[in-house]
Write a protein that binds this ligand. Structure first.
Ligand code: NAP
Ligand code: HSE
Length: 428
């Protein structure tokens, strides 16, 4: 092996993750050479604002000119850490067309254009690796693509957003309400200045689209994912969940059966004895079920400078090894099937329903009757003593087609005994 070999790379972005990757590559130093048989040199760093004060890297490395990197034939790895769709999509496309390998942490890009970019990588015999795009340091992409490739996976369920897991943990364990827990998540730096993508489930939606595509070998894009966030979860729901033996979590769920795949993000009541229920604060976890591997769970840090840099560097090391052994582009797009993505209303769930009804004879029977008429079977029911003529009724159903449940809810909403539908949460 040529011990003197130098592999040149460029970083696109020097923010939280880009800066972390640079620092980690420096810390790894000789380790990289021992692991891959080559030395890594980051020779250029693309940023948006060249005038910004930066620490930790030679100012001469920075540029705001993408062409300077694209046209540098010595650079064989592009590490894309800008984020978002454009200009990242253009840069990754142009890099692959120029025969450069790409490592990225960009879930937005992969969840919508993963198929197109992976095909392009294959066409040009390049690597396109994206371990850091889902659940930070947790090695879930490589595990689904390689280690579990023979496992016939039927379900992936993940807590893949640290911000919402932190908020729900604080609501559950300290009794905070949603607004208070969100404010704390922002103060701690978990939530972004605009937390919409986290709390509305869009961030988790992108991650579950990427995992479903790999797990089921069939492309699912973010636009096909049903998403519902945590903004309507109340302290009361969490306290009822506890009474019934559940913990509320925001889950990305992907399941496969003979009718196709369902891919959704929504809050769920998770049984206290399920491993996902024990995943607290900003930790992430992905639970996998396969016909051969049975149940398994991966847990770890889903975000942050060094955990994300760790996943990026793992990919960079893999690409370096492939360059040394001249086998880049081995692992292209693995979506060789074209399974239908089911509408949410055709999937099955158990439900937790909390309603306020007039405390008069027959109210409970009326609600139960509407559910029964729509083939919704009740598993548990609970009624608190009424106050001011209004009774709170909590029902947990057996598994039901979501359309049937929604149809019964539409009828319940129109009943004159009904005062309010307070919450509707699926049960895992
Ligand atoms: P960030 O801190 O906002 O950094 C973004 C970097 O990209 C900045 O250096 C910025 O340049 C540069 N940039 C932005 N637009 C650009 C443009 N048009 N041209 C050139 N450079 C541009 O973002 P981040 O948190 O590091 O996230 C990077 C990626 O990692 C995203 O895809 C994100 O989803 C993913 N990710 C992040 C985390 C995390 O914990 N942060 C975890 C997992 C995955 P300036 O410095 O000049 O502004
Ligand atoms: N905002 C994400 C989270 C981290 O809270 O988990 C980046 O994917």
């Amino acid at each position: 092996m040529d011990k003197e070999r130098v592999i040149k790379a460029a970083l696109l972005g020097f923010g939280t993750v880009g800066g972390g990757v640079y620092r980690l590559s420096e810390r790894l130093g000789e380790e990289l050479e021992n692991k891959t048989g080559a030395r890594l040199e980051i020779t250029k760093i693309l940023v948006r604002s060249l005038g910004k004060q930066r620490q930790g890297a030679d100012p001469a490395l920075f540029t705001d000119n993408w062409k300077e990197i694209l046209e540098d034939e010595e650079i064989s790895i592009i590490i894309e850490l800008i984020g978002g769709i454009e200009p990242a999509r253009t840069y990754v496309t142009e890099a692959l067309k120029a025969g450069k390998n790409v490592v990225t942490a960009n879930k937005d890009l992969l969840a919508e254009y993963g198929g197109e970019l992976l095909n392009l990588a294959q066409e040009h015999h390049c690597d396109l690796m994206f371990e850091a795009s889902v659940a930070g340091a947790i090695p879930i992409i490589r595990s689904l693509k390689q280690s579990l490739a023979g496992s016939m996976i039927t379900e992936v369920a993940g807590i893949v957003n640290g911000t919402t897991n932190y908020i729900l943990t604080k609501m559950s364990e300290v009794g905070m309400d949603y607004e208070e827990a969100l404010a704390l998540a922002m103060e701690k730096g978990y939530a972004e200045a605009d937390p919409t993508a986290d709390v509305e489930g869009h961030d988790a939606g992108r991650k579950i689209a990427i995992m479903a595509s790999i797990a089921f070998n069939s492309r699912v894009t973010f636009s096909q994912v049903y998403t519902e966030g945590i903004t309507k979860i109340t302290a009361k729901d969490i306290s009822y969940a506890k009474e019934f033996g559940y913990v509320v979590k925001l889950l990305g769920i992907a399941k496969k059966d003979e009718d196709g795949v369902e891919v959704k993000v929504h809050p769920m009541l998770v049984p206290e004895d399920h491993p996902l229920a024990a995943v607290r604060n900003s930790f992430n976890a992905v639970f996998v079920h396969g016909e051969a591997c049975d149940d398994g769970m991966f847990m770890g840090r889903g975000a942050g400078e060094m955990p994300t840099a760790s996943a990026v560097m793992g990919d960079v090391i893999d690409v370096m090894g492939n360059l040394v052994h001249d086998c880049c582009g081995r692992m292209g797009c693995t979506c060789y099937k074209s399974l239908p993505v089911k509408k949410a209303e055709d999937s099955c769930s158990r439900y937790f329903l909390r309603v306020q009804v007039a405390d008069r004879p027959g109210a409970l029977a009326n609600i139960a009757g509407v559910l029964g008429n729509n083939q919704v079977s009740i598993a548990q029911v609970y009624q608190k003593k009424s106050r001011n003529g209004v009774a709170e009724l909590v029902v947990i159903t057996d598994p039901v087609r979501e359309k049937n449940f929604n149809d019964s809810l539409a009828v319940i909403r129109g009943m004159d005994v009904l005062r309010e539908v307070s919450s509707v949460i699926r049960v895992y």
